[in-house]
Write a protein that binds this ligand. Structure first.
Ligand code: CA
Ligand code: CA
Length: 175
């Protein structure tokens, strides 16, 4: 199945990581927060309130987005290639707008997030190896409520009415 490019399978996830150089090396980025029904929160440069996805660099080194992908479909994990001329500093955060408006610039993704629930997938490609680094299949989302890892990067996903696009996550009570 690896001979068919549209069927991208992670050898690492198949449990044969000893055969694949690079498996087990933490590439450094995780899905950290998202809002799938944004009404009054983060606004983009056009004044719209698109859904957004926050990435967090958990490593102590700058990570280039070259080779990274976001998707709303586990069966198509490379749906949107992130801009290769962009990087995230160590410990920093960066949001992407899930609005389908790719003509608005590199921070805009070619898909939207369904408030009714769907997949969110972060994939890394090192040459020919594709690895799903992080993913979540989320349920229906309330407007202006975020799902966020608390604490950042490593915590369980929690619902919070205090979205923090581009900065450290907060629980609803502000902690
Ligand atoms: Ca979608
Ligand atoms: Ca955040």
């Amino acid at each position: 199945m690896l001979s068919s490019p549209p069927t991208l399978v992670s050898l690492c996830l198949l449990g044969i990581s000893t055969l694949v150089a690079g498996c087990g090396e933490a590439p450094g980025l995780v899905l950290n927060e998202f809002v799938a029904s944004n009404s009054t929160g983060a606004a983009d440069e056009t004044g719209a309130f698109p859904d957004w996805i926050e990435l967090h660099n958990t490593s102590d080194q700058t990570v280039s987005l070259h080779g990274w992908f976001l998707s709303d479909d586990l069966d198509n994990p490379t749906r949107h290639a992130l801009p290769s001329d962009t990087s995230i500093d160590a410990g920093d955060f960066l949001i992407f707008y899930a609005d389908g408006d790719v003509e608005d610039g590199g921070q805009h993704l070619g898909f939207r997030l369904s408030a009714a629930g769907e997949d969110l997938v972060l994939t890394y490609s090192d040459r020919s190896q594709f690895t799903v680094v992080d993913s979540i299949s989320y349920e229906a989302q309330a407007t202006d409520t975020a799902q966020a890892r608390i604490p950042d990067g490593t915590g369980d996903w929690q619902l919070t009415t205090t979205p923090t696009p581009g900065s450290g996550n907060e629980a609803t009570d502000g902690s």
